[in-house]
Write a protein that binds this ligand. Sequence first.
Ligand SMILES: Cc1cc2nc3c(=O)[nH]c(=O)nc-3n(C[C@H](O)[C@H](O)[C@H](O)COP(=O)(O)O)c2cc1C
Ligand code: SF4
Length: 501
Amino acid sequence: MLVPAIVAVLLTLVGLRDLWQPLHSIQRNYPIIGHIRWFAELVRPELRQYLIEADEEAAPFSRAQRSLVYQRAKGLAGEHPFGTLLDVYRRGYEFIGHSTCPVPAADPETFRIKIGGEQCSKPYSASVFNISAMSFGSLSANAIRALNKGAKLGNFSHDTGEGSISPYHREHGGDIVWEVASGYFGCRDAEGRFDPDKFRIQAAAEQVRMIEIKLSQGAKPGHGGILPAAKVTQEIAETRGVPMGQDCISPPRHSAFSTPLELMAFITQLRTLSGGKPVGFKLCIGHPWEFMAIVKAMLASGVYPDFIVVDGAEGGTGAAPVEFSDHIGVPMREGLLFVHNVLTGAGIRDRIRLGAAGRIVSAFDIASVLAIGADWANAARGFMFALGCVQSLSCNTNRCPTGVATQDAVRQRAIDVPDKAERVRLFHANTLRALSDMLAAAGIAHPSDVGPHHLVRRVSATEVKQFSQLHTFLEPGVLLDGRCEDGFYNRNWELARAEAF
Ligand SMILES: Cc1cc2nc3c(=O)[nH]c(=O)nc-3n(C[C@H](O)[C@H](O)[C@H](O)COP(=O)(O)O)c2cc1C
Ligand code: SF4
């Protein structure tokens, strides 16, 4: 009798509280049972993911995509029985055209490209598949350790993200791309401006292979960021070079340059200070004429970045305002094609390597971006899945259930670094093995030989088209000598000025 009595008293108290509390209308009208709605809301993501979500439903990655990464990261066979589950007659369905004379599958170890043009004295031999920028701060120390160790084991690169180089990036010695963003973390003075001396010291590390200036990020282009004072731990403060007890601010724009020509001067400065390492930039395309202005500045100054990474509106982040994630920025494929075309039209495509990031998790995803003009692909969330991320979409709460995106010391214990580093390595290796098999079937030996005629898309119930038929591909130099017949490119090229964005 005692237990039911206690339960009855507790429910009565809860019911009275519901009736009198001013915040929740449902609970005022429906005391006690109003909590069922709240509970259903709470467990909705899990119920949806485990019971309701279809295999191909992207949210933002489908169960099929996540399962593929988990399998590859665990080294399990990637085959599936009985034929494709995809509707090959659906508009938008894509495939690679195969050859009647497949070639032997190439050794994925050969899938490397040289990054670093004439103006760089320490070119980097990069894998065609690398870990995209994610900071220590948005990811846990153990996640950073496992990613970097995986990169070391698999001989590919690991981008620091804008949070600079933490001690966890250095522990295992994997190749690093150091991202320098508007907060100049790791190379800033007391006022938050770029500090050349601090940059020179960090960039000199053997482990730092390339420098990436971040102009914008697809998930929140044109938006800065604040790491609230409460989250600025001693480690983060030391890594970023910011004081503890104050908000850590990334402004929306750089203070080291404000025109395309000044950006070129900054690239030269970073190249010199780093002792000749490859320097490039990452952006999500916004106004087309602004990117063209940067290209005009390259032509006017004779300074060429060694690489450009195109991020897309579909890109990920630790946290961003919803309007920025949903409605600002050009999606990756259109951005990539545009950048490839402008560089080609300006006659400088062969001087600059192009990377792409935006929901790339499979060999087919890599082949697709290679077909549109990329030289290599980056993945952020794909590698998070390799670490065990279950897409619970709570990265901004510090309560990541898998220890990937949290600074909570207890939660990040979930990541066993040696085990997860091996998974990172396997995900990379098995994805490139799949790419090699796929290219072999198309009669291609190296990723650099993939072209837009290899990628095919269904455009109607009765028609498929190669990407070479679907899109405009500019001829080399046509923007310079007036031979370009495309109104969109001509108009924006006219608008662009090397002196101003
Ligand atoms: C948790 C998280 C943190 C990120 N942090 C950065 C960052 O510091 N700098 C940056 O340029 N991009 C950052 N990104 C964007 C990724 O580098 C990448 O460009 C984007 O997510 C697209 O790749 P994906 O679809 O493979 O995730 C972050 C993404 C995620 C998911
Ligand atoms: S498990 Fe959830 S919170 Fe953790 S990294 Fe993945 S999406 Fe973010």
